[in-house]
Design a protein around this ligand. Structure first.
Ligand code: PLP
Length: 385
């Protein structure tokens, strides 16, 4: 086995697909120290610049003083602290859903929820470009797994129409993590009503960023229905760690009993929940941050003018620049790095073959000057590569 692992790693390298971790020696921010060098970074999902916010650091310190550093037992034994409970209630109210449940990560939320709600006689309908953990949740559930072409409402309807599954769940990223575009959620909800299906919305990249006061993509579309279950991560715009699922009371009560990644796992430390409560307040009061972020997005789209590489049609903080080949995307990323600018090259299997790209991720912590620098080095790269 060890020999075949080695061969597989060697092949990855030849294909330009080997991934490497950078060693970070600073807080996550727009200016970071990685591999002992200073960089302007467009790599994080910390869209509002909260990951290093002084008020949140102070909250985490005092909450650790009051509640310790560990949860010590699963939620169903003695691990469910009042800080966890307060945060769940606050999140449900913020996203205007009847109830919410915390998970330690978005990955655990997706595999836990889909595998709990769906079973052998059911079917999951998933966008082809969905995040990997939605697919893993569907595999774990043993439900029939249908994938439809990206954002293709017509293809989805054809699948729903012929499905004989007992329960049907449409699962989609609200904002696609590697494309930045938004799912046609209103159309999906109409299909749910027509075919008695339910809608699972993964709002990892919309929560905190889109909608009124950052409530997320459902609010952006003004969608509400007992057929909707939403998930959002708390390690991205919220700047800390974790995730929550929100929906009807009965769904949340069922998940508390049946979602294995909830039941059989130690919850994140209560101090994280106290910190997240403060973070949700900052999100709610953060209209100025979202407005600055929108200015930066518009500035990049208006001023980046490459002939070789095109930005994908995205209005969100995720602005992918499509390069094509794996080696070409890596070379561009490495050139930017040599200029002190970090933008990750995203390659298959994270994105389809032939669409390797730089995933430019903007944050309210960036300044216009930061975007100008990025544009300048990209324009330089085009004349050199
Ligand atoms: C990041 C991400 C997740 C996983 O969330 P974590 O909290 O990082 O585990 C799930 N879905 C999408 C779309 C994501 O981008």
């Amino acid at each position: 086995m060890l020999n075949s692992l080695k061969l597989s790693l060697d092949q990855r390298k030849v294909d330009g697909l080997l991934r490497q971790r950078r060693l970070l020696d600073s807080p996550q921010a727009e200016h970071i120290v990685a591999n002992n060098e200073h960089f302007l970074s467009f790599c994080s999902n910390d869209y509002l610049g909260l990951a290093n916010h002084p008020d949140l650091i102070a909250t985490m310190q005092s909450a650790a003083q009051a509640s310790g550093v560990g949860s010590g037992a699963s939620n169903l034994i003695t691990g469910h602290h009042r800080y966890h409970d307060n945060l769940e209630k606050q999140l449900a109210k913020f996203v205007q859903m009847p109830a919410a449940l915390l998970f330690s990560t978005g990955y655990m939320a997706n595999i836990g929820v889909i595998s709990a709600l769906m079973g052998r006689n059911d079917a999951v309908f998933a966008d082809k470009l969905n995040h990997a953990c939605l697919n893993d949740g569907a595999f774990l559930s043993r439900a029939t797994f249908h994938r439809f072409p990206h954002n293709d409402v017509v293809a989805l309807e054809a699948l729903l129409k012929t499905s004989t599954a007992k329960h049907k769940l449409i699962a989609a990223d609200a904002v696609f993590s590697m494309d930045g575009d938004i799912s046609p959620l209103p159309e999906y909800l109409s299909l749910c009503e027509k075919y008695d299906a339910y809608l699972y919305v993964d709002d990892a990249h919309g929560f905190g960023v889109l909608g009124e006061h950052g409530q997320g993509t459902l609010n952006h579309f003004k969608l509400k229905s007992p057929r909707i279950i939403m998930m959002a991560t708390l390690g991205k715009a919220a700047g800390v760690a974790g995730a929550f699922v929100a929906g009807e009371q009965v769904v949340i009560e069922y998940l508390i009993q049946k979602a294995n990644s909830y039941v059989y796992s130690t919850p994140a430390p209560p101090a994280l929940s106290a910190t997240l409560s403060a973070s949700v307040n900052l999100i709610e009061q953060g209209d100025h941050l979202r407005s600055h972020l929108r200015t930066l997005i518009a500035y990049l789209k208006d001023n980046l003018n490459c002939k070789k590489w095109q930005l994908m049609p995205s209005d969100t903080a995720v602005q992918p620049l499509v390069v094509g080949g794996n080696h070409e995307a890596l070379a561009l990323s490495e050139y930017l790095q040599s200029c002190g600018v970090l933008v990750p090259a995203i390659r298959p299997p994270t994105v389809p073959v032939g669409t390797s790209r730089l995933r430019i991720s903007l944050s309210a912590a960036h300044s216009i000057e930061d975007i100008q620098k990025l544009i300048k080095v990209l324009h330089q790269a085009e004349t050199l590569l």
